[in-house]
Write a protein that binds this ligand. Structure first.
Ligand SMILES: NC(=O)c1ccc[n+]([C@@H]2O[C@H](COP(=O)([O-])OP(=O)(O)OC[C@H]3O[C@@H](n4cnc5c(N)ncnc54)[C@H](OP(=O)(O)O)[C@@H]3O)[C@@H](O)[C@H]2O)c1
Length: 245
């Protein structure tokens, strides 16, 4: 069994997920790089190792039951433990000009794909990893959400919330709700589960049209993944503190 704490980051081959893996690696975690494409996964693992991280590749498509089960078996075999799960993989699906997903003309396949990846994918991967997380002394789950999932902010005329994204944004509200229910289930234990918003980050996701770096976006997830026992659970954070639901 690994002496070091072990983390799995989904969608870690690029963007914010890659930087979460790099940050946890720099803190001494052994990091499983969850990624669906072999070439992109191995290239990320190579870069992380070159930077000094103890990284290993975990083939993982969050939309596949078998893929999630196989990923859990691989981590059990390679590391024998899992302390941290960061559910970072996410998609927004197609949008119209200005990133708008108009609710009145939504392509239902885009809605289904968003829910399958951003919500069901998180439940699928979490439940596959739970047997190992339950054995960890201080397990942490971080769900990468977005402030666009905050219904409070979406309905506050004083807050600039960006375009209407009627397929993507509701999946983050759904993910927030799921986070609350995991936190309720594990209340009174050492397993802490929270949602995080990285801010508006320059990655493929935003066409690199955003003010924050992926490293800045990764910071809140790293903080929640590494906080001591007794920390908050069932909450939603950005760098500046709690985001209202
Ligand atoms: N960027 C922002 O401003 C922003 C703001 C708020 C929240 N977020 C959230 O932050 C997370 C990361 O976003 P990002 O900006 O880093 O996006 P990104 O650069 O597009 O990276 C997304 C990652 O998710 C992976 N992924 C997508 N579908 C997957 C699947 N079915 N199975 C496994 N991996 C899958 C991608 O893998 P492939 O390379 O194989 O596609 C990629 O590694 C997402 O959950 C996003 O919703 C981002």
């Amino acid at each position: 069994m690994s002496e070091a704490r072990v983390a799995l980051v989904t969608g870690a081959n690029k963007g914010i997920g890659y930087e979460i893996a790099a940050g946890l690696g720099a803190l001494g975690y052994r990091v499983g790089v969850g990624a669906r494409d072999e070439g992109r996964r191995e290239s990320a693992v190579g870069k992380l190792r070159a930077a000094g991280a103890d990284a290993f590749g975990v083939p993982l498509d969050v939309t596949g039951d078998q893929s999630a089960a196989d990923a859990a078996k691989l981590i059990e075999r390679r590391a024998g433990r899992l302390d941290v799960l960061v559910n970072n993989a996410g998609i927004s699906g197609e949008a119209g000009p200005g990133w708008v997903q108009d609710p009145t003309t939504l392509d239902l396949d885009v809605v289904r794909a968003n829910v399958e990846t951003n919500v069901i994918g998180v439940i699928r991967v979490t439940n596959a990893m739970l047997p190992m997380l339950r054995r960890a002394p201080s397990p942490r789950i971080v769900n990468m959400s977005s402030s666009v999932g905050s219904l409070t902010r979406q309905t506050d005329p004083e807050v600039e919330v960006g375009p209407v994204m009627a397929a993507y944004s509701p999946t983050k509200s759904f993910l927030n709700a799921v986070t609350v229910h995991y936190a309720r289930h594990f209340a009174g234990t050492n397993l802490l589960v929270n949602a995080a918003c990285p801010g508006l980050v320059a990655t493929d996701f935003t066409g690199f049209q955003a003010p924050r770096t992926a490293e800045q976006g990764a910071a809140i997830a790293i903080r929640l993944a590494t906080m001591p026992d007794g920390g908050p659970t069932g909450s939603f954070f950005e760098d500046d503190g709690v985001i209202p639901w």
